[in-house]
Design a binder for this molecule. Structure first.
Ligand code: HEC
Length: 187
């Protein structure tokens, strides 16, 4: 029995998209989660790109500050899932702090990215207290460096400090994990 429990715990801890689907229900939830991740990125990335093109990074920060939480809230309202973004170095300290499961998985994503995995391939799922949870890593690309990199321009830095006085989301390099989209199926 000890042996069995140990194996079950290890399985839960190590669960990734490939291994977490313990039944058809979980497989279906995982499929939904992937679609929501795609929907979130599919709305946010063009918004960010357009804001950058139209007004540059300082303008894009104000757009991101409004639009990222709005998109998360509207997807949450229409999907039956709680949708948010989290990070080990959050910018929005009000809603992007990782909880224990997210933190453990993000630390693992960091190790995997440092070992050469592409962040876009890193995801995890689990069932906590009967709720299905899914975490999809968001990798740092060159465009992200404008606002999350090591050499932030003074104007961008000033805007970040104004909107996010406790910001810790700078100093990243391409290929690292910036954070993740975190989904919890509402009971
Ligand atoms: C124009 C500046 C800008 C660029 C470029 C940018 N971000 Fe951000 N990022 C922000 C702002 C502002 C927030 C906080 C948004 C909020 O309040 O929810 C943020 C928050 C995040 C978060 C949520 C966690 C947290 O720290 O609050 C993630 C994940 C993230 N960005 C990933 C990326 C990735 C990946 C890229 C590149 C594809 C990127 N960002 C490019 C400004 C930017």
């Amino acid at each position: 029995m000890r042996q069995l429990l140990g194996t079950a715990t290890l399985f839960a801890v190590c669960a990734t998209a490939a291994t977490a689907a313990t039944g058809s229900d979980n497989a279906a939830l995982e499929q939904q989660a992937r679609q929501l991740v795609a929907a979130f990125a599919g709305q946010l990335k063009p918004t960010l790109k357009q804001a950058l093109e139209q007004g540059g990074p300082v303008h894009a920060i104000s757009v991101c500050a409004d639009e990222a939480p709005r998109i998360a809230a509207s997807l949450s309202a229409e999907s039956g899932w709680a949708v948010r973004r989290v990070s080990l170095q959050p910018r929005n300290t009000g809603n992007a702090q990782a909880d224990e499961w997210e933190r453990t998985r993000l630390e693992e994503f960091d190790r995997q990215a440092a070992a050469g995995s592409a962040p876009g391939t890193l995801h995890a799922s689990t069932v906590v207290d009967g709720n299905f949870r899914y975490l999809q890593a968001q990798g740092v690309e060159s465009v992200c460096l404008l606002c999350h990199g090591e050499n932030i321009s003074p104007a961008v830095q000033a805007a970040l400090t104004e909107y996010y006085p406790d910001d810790s989301a700078t100093g990243y390099a391409p290929g690292q994990v910036r954070g993740a989209i975190s989904l919890t199926r509402k009971p």
